[in-house]
Write a protein that binds this ligand. Structure first.
Ligand code: ADP
Ligand code: ADP
Length: 240
């Protein structure tokens, strides 16, 4: 089974100030991990180092034994160039707070673009796949609409479908509901729950505690760039 993540003694600094301090973490394939913690504690930074949107200053991240941001040649690690890095990132889906859909493309075009460009699917297969993904996020009837015609919750579900179109081993979510009106949060959380049941490894930064408790196999609690507590959801949330 794919989607194993190993974070080994990762540190990250911004202007000399630590955002991550020697963070280590193992995430098993097919599990759901929720990262909790106060604002500024390094949650997004950790998430971004997982797929090399940010590069660790110290330590490393491995996904399924591949060193993120590096290639191994003759037992030596070499930094990947931007193009190769993009290729490595294909299998690590990332869902942003603000959806980031392409406004000039229909919903369907948003979803089929990347797998076609990366040569993973023919146009015909990409379209077939897109309808299956739209079914998962409950928006099959929106294929030919434009992003701006959709609610924030619907746009976020399309963004999830778009990330899934590359068949990622891992899906990362950075506060996927924080830009949404309260009444739209649930539909996005339900779409994520559905993904969890399909066996993709999920790592989610969120402030939705009830959701975290319901969906997480493991909780990671961060304070000031460090993991101060980690463990199974039922252990972390048990009443003292
Ligand atoms: P969280 O996601 O928990 O709110 P972040 O990972 O966004 O925390 O930020 C951790 C710390 O690193 C904060 O002090 C933040 O100001 C700082 N930081 C994050 N990104 C940058 C950046 N691009 N440049 C400078 N400082 C940053
Ligand atoms: P989040 O906690 O979800 O990352 P932020 O508002 O902290 O949300 O960060 C949004 C963006 O701003 C990120 O790309 C982050 O890298 C950048 N950022 C965060 N803190 C700082 C900072 N102190 N200086 C410069 N950029 C920052």
């Amino acid at each position: 089974q794919k989607g194993h993540i190993l974070v080994h003694e990762v540190s990250k600094y911004y202007q000399g100030l630590p955002a991550l301090k020697n963070v280590s973490l193992e995430i098993l394939p097919g599990t759901v991990t929720v990262i909790l913690g106060p604002s500024g504690s390094g949650k997004s930074t950790l998430l971004r180092t997982l797929n090399c949107l940010e590069k660790a200053d110290k330590g490393f991240v491995q996904i399924d034994n591949e060193f993120m941001g590096y290639t191994l040649k003759n037992n030596k690690l070499y930094e990947l160039k931007e193009k190769e890095l993009l290729k490595q990132r294909i299998h690590v889906g990332y869902v942003f707070q603000n959806f980031n859909l392409f406004p000039h493309m229909t919903v369907l075009e948003n979803i089929i673009e990347a797998p076609i460009v990366h040569g993973l699917l023919t146009r015909e297969d990409a379209i077939k796949n897109a309808y299956e993904l739209l079914e998962i996020v409950g928006l099959k009837d929106k294929a030919n609409t434009w992003p701006k015609q959709l609610s924030g919750g619907q746009q976020q579900r399309i963004a999830i479908a778009r990330a899934l179109a590359l068949s990622p081993k891992v899906m990362l979510f950075d506060e996927p509901t924080s830009a949404l009106d309260p009444e739209l949060v649930k539909e996005v959380l339900n779409a994520i729950k559905k993904l969890a049941s399909l066996g993709t490894t999920l790592v989610i930064v969120t402030h939705e505690i009830g959701f975290a408790r319901e969906i997480a196999d493991n909780i990671v609690f961060m304070v000031e760039g460090e993991i101060v507590e980690t463990g199974p959801s039922d252990t972390i949330f048990q009443n003292p």
